[in-house]
Design a protein around this ligand. Structure first.
Ligand SMILES: [Mn+2]
Length: 374
């Protein structure tokens, strides 16, 4: 019993110290050089936080310049808020050549260069720090891949601890700590999925965080388009016992994830445990999201029972634990020019399927609230 207790008191393990040292040694190779941290995909808080932590450590170790780049849209509202609140300068590039001379590449929260970033092939990858399972063996001077952490930010919290301890009295240090904490909490679903190492890292970093800024960052912003879809969902919502459903009409491809955001919102209603929000995406598909707290609803099974399978036997829907989604092509019907009529057809079919599945017989005269096609 004594052994675990004693181990808990130790804040850094020898193995971690040497990994931090290895990382520091690799960065020292770039003394006086220009390092490009190329974020992969749509940058998320974990990747962004790790990039600024690496830039900070690099600066301490004599790296002349660190550029943080990305090549896909900074899509999520929260990520734009993060960049804005932290006053970050991220460069959106398609080719490394846009940056002039770059000496080394570095990857954080990823182990491969984004396939959409061109002219990166000739550059040496200096460091790779990531927590995703590698598809191919990562190649770099220094590699730290850990599958037992919930966020790459956890690894950087350790590096910071070993290589340049953050000072709560320095504004810049507080911003970095706050970003790391935010990356940690978003990647671990607010610590629900966090592992021991993530909690240790959070414990180390919390005293340096700017609590006000952290609160601003975690205030989940809602895009106007999402709010609009949520409003439509509220207006159209039909509640039957503990089940709610809402058809939101036409939604563009770019705004498809507003449907799941609306479902996230509706399921919080006190008197229900399961909800489905659906709409027509780009006149091509009926798409919907299911959210449930019910112990008896398995989203994948529930959706398959409601909507069945396509001609190849693949279910239209899938899911896990407390969420699911479905997508049904509307094919030829998409050509209907009267959108109001098309929506009514879809609305009727989906409602009938959902009510049957939720154990209710559809009422013939079910009111269909008007839905403004967007
Ligand atoms: Mn991550």
């Amino acid at each position: 019993m004594m052994e675990p207790a004693r181990r808990l008191a130790v804040t850094s393990h020898p193995a971690n110290e040497s990994r931090a040292r290895g990382f520091g040694e690799a960065l020292s190779l770039a003394k006086g050089k220009h390092v490009l941290i190329a974020l992969r995909g749509h940058p998320d808080p974990d990747g962004i936080a790790c990039a600024i932590a690496q830039a900070h450590i690099g600066q301490r170790l004599g790296v002349a310049q660190t550029t943080i780049s990305y090549c896909h849209e900074l899509s999520h509202r929260e990520n734009r808020a993060l960049v804005k609140l932290l006053g970050l300068e991220l460069r959106k590039i398609k080719s490394v050549k846009e940056l002039g001379r770059v000496d080394y590449l570095a990857l954080v929260d990823a182990h491969e260069v984004d396939t959409d970033l061109t002219d990166a092939a000739d550059l040496e990858v200096l460091t790779i720090v990531d927590h995703h399972r590698p598809v191919s063996p990562p190649k770099a001077r220094f590699v730290d891949m850990r599958l037992d952490v919930g966020a790459t930010a956890t690894i950087f919290a350790e590096y910071l601890q070993e290589l340049c301890t953050l000072d709560p009295d320095v504004e810049e240090d507080r911003r970095i700590a706050t970003a790391i904490m935010h990356g940690l909490s978003t990647d671990t679903d607010d610590f629900m999925l966090a592992r021991a190492g993530d909690f240790r890292a959070a414990g180390q970093i919390i005293e340096v965080c700017d609590r006000d800024l952290l609160q601003d960052l975690s205030r989940r912003l809602i895009a106007p388009t999402a709010m609009d879809v949520i409003a439509r969902a509220l207006q159209a919502m039909v509640v039957r016992r503990n089940f709610a459903m809402a058809g939101v009409g036409f939604v563009s491809e770019a705004e498809r994830d507003t449907i799941s955001q609306a479902a996230d919102f509706l399921v919080r209603r006190e008197d229900i445990d399961t909800c489905v929000v659906y709409g027509i995406i780009s006149d091509k598909y009926i798409e919907g999201s299911l959210r449930t707290h019910s112990p008896s609803v398995d989203p994948a099974v529930w959706l398959e029972q409601a909507f069945g399978t396509d001609e190849k036997g693949r279910p239209f829907g899938g899911g896990r634990r407390d969420k699911g989604g479905f997508r049904i092509p509307i094919g030829f019907l998409g050509r209907v020019t009267d959108r109001q009529q098309l929506w009514q057809l879809v609305e009727h079919a989906v409602r009938t399927a959902l009510l049957r599945q939720s154990g209710e017989e559809p009422t013939p005269g079910l009111v269909m609230p008007p839905v403004t096609p967007s």
